[in-house]
Write a protein that binds this ligand. Structure first.
Ligand code: PLP
Length: 500
């Protein structure tokens, strides 16, 4: 039966009835009492005209029961003459052709020196550096736009909301999602995967159901599924790789069956650089009726992403891996997959209406964005994506591929070097070990030359152990790196190998 309190125009909300036993007793409100009308915070403008009982003892004003149409209920309301705003800094249009020196000039941190040497940033798989455009955009946000978003009727809320929703739409465009509502802001890849595991998995998986991942996964795409399996009794299966780090697609398909409910696979391995056949993975997963999540943390800065062409149910990535801020990332989902996913966190912003007995949720994306989000960094992420669009992701991919092709044989030729991860298709990452030298020792020696690489297990212990290792040295490239930097790096590794 339709909830009499459901505002018109907000028809498809999911209702959650709080069991009456746990309704807090508040003076003037009886536990388990009939639902009261929606309430608005003290002093807020009554946005829903009408009459409703007062919840006087809380000091709140009862809000009426009819709502403005559609999204208007979630947003600020400003009318009147257009307001003149401080212009948002524009990305200089200097990248009509790919010029690595012009690109480098956009990244102030690349002018740093480390141990008296020019910084060589080869730790891009861990995090990327930020162009001035992103730094300026964040400063502009805090200087001119900072406010909480959505419900408010003042200018700064309007600016902040516009900037935040504009960032959401930039993400939509960047990954070619059909609607911006399919873009959920999260803290990063890790949080986005946990959201799917907890909320989607918690609802749709039961004892004996199966989740299939690959041996290449980052811990962020392993541990949430282990937790889910422990909670639900689902079984976690792992598709194998060969010694070069190629996913064995036939063996992957052999794992799929009528009990497979979810496939979760990385697009690019952060430890080896393997590019996986994601289109095939999605197609096979769907053939067996499973939902498919693709971890795009390492592919987003290197490979053009078209989520509609890919067809995955969920695609996740982190802002900081694509020249944006830390603490912000994205869960993309098809409308169908997101609609069948219940909220995972409760609180402000994700609700349409709350009484002490039950809550009515917003639709996507707000249903998944409880509380005050990372507004400024979402705006920063939008700017990072616009910057990448200006440089051109295809040009980026081609240039980085050339860097990898250049560096791989030079590194492999150094006596004592074992390349770790030599899959047919790779992006950005050049993992290796050096006989007689611990990875950490190599990392420190490179740091003394100003070269930043990661040395360790890269949060991907299962794949390193599969290859008989506990750690590697991992240089990883971005489009602001140069052939000259690779030459400096190769000379440094050669010196370490020779004991110099
Ligand atoms: N997945 C992959 C493939 C990664 O490389 C990473 C980070 O390195 C993650 C997931 C986790 O990303 P974050 O720490 O930004 O949540």
């Amino acid at each position: 039966m339709a909830d009499p309190l459901l505002p018109p125009g907000v028809a498809d909300l999911t209702a959650f009835a709080v069991p009456s036993g746990i309704v807090p007793t508040v003076p003037g409100v009886l536990a388990g009492a009939a639902p009261t009308a929606p309430v608005a915070p003290r002093g807020s403008a009554p946005t829903w005209p009408g009459t409703a009982p007062q919840v006087g003892d809380l000091g709140w004003r009862a809000a009426p029961v009819s709502a403005p149409e559609g999204d208007a209920a979630n947003y600020y309301f400003l009318s009147g003459p257009a307001v003149v705003r401080e212009p948002v800094p524009q990305i200089p249009d200097s990248h009509e052709v790919f010029d690595v020196n012009a690109v480098r000039a956009d990244f102030p941190i690349l002018r740093e020196t480390v141990n008296g040497k020019p910084l060589i940033w080869f730790d891009n798989a861990a995090t990327t550096q930020k162009p001035q455009a992103v730094i300026d955009r964040l400063a502009h946000f805090y200087a001119h736009e900072n406010s909480n978003i959505h419900r408010a009727a003042h200018e700064l809320a309007a600016r902040a909301t516009d900037a935040y929703e504009d960032a959401r739409d930039t993400v939509r465009r960047f990954i070619n999602a059909s609607k911006s509502e399919q873009v959920i802001f999260a803290r990063g890849t890790t949080e986005a995967i946990n959201l799917v595991a907890y909320a989607w998995g918690g609802k749709h998986l039961g004892p004996g159901d199966e989740i299939v991942i690959t041996h290449l996964e980052h811990h962020a795409n392993i541990v949430p599924w282990q937790l889910l399996s422990q909670k639900t009794g689902a079984v976690l299966k792992v598709a194998p790789v060969d010694d070069a780090g190629n996913l064995l697609l036939g063996a992957f398909e052999d794992l799929l069956g009528p009990r497979t409910k979810l496939v979760a696979a990385t697009h690019v391995s952060n430890a080896l650089g393997t590019v996986t056949p994601v289109h095939k993975i999605v197609e096979l997963g769907h053939r067996y009726g499973a939902r498919v999540l693709i971890d795009g943390a390492q592919s987003i800065p290197h490979i053009p992403i078209d989520v509609q062409a890919l067809g995955a149910d969920f695609f996740v990535f982190s802002g900081h891996k694509i020249f944006g801020p830390t603490g912000i990332g994205v869960l993309y989902g098809t409308e169908e997959a997101l609609e069948e996913t219940p909220p995972w966190q409760g609180g402000g912003n994700m609700i349409a209406d709350v009484t002490l007995e039950r809550a009515l949720y917003q639709g996507i994306p707000n249903k998944f964005e409880a509380g005050t989000g990372n507004i400024a960094d979402a705006v920063g992420l939008g700017e990072a994506l616009r910057y990448v669009e200006k440089v051109g992701i295809e040009r980026i991919a081609a240039y980085e591929h050339a860097l990898l092709e250049y560096a791989t044989p030079l590194l492999g030729d150094i006596p004592g070097v074992r390349l770790v991860g030599t899959a047919e298709e790779k992006a950005s990452v050049l993992s290796f070990v050096l006989a007689g030298h611990e990875p950490l020792e190599v990392g420190k020696a490179l740091n003394s030359e100003g070269i930043a690489v990661r040395a360790g297990h890269h949060c991907a212990q299962p794949i390193l152990r599969r290859l008989g290792l506990e750690a590697t040295v991992r240089p990883s490239f971005a489009f602001y790196n140069t052939y000259d930097e690779i030459d400096v790096f190769i000379r440094a590794v050669r010196r370490i190998a020779e004991g110099g």
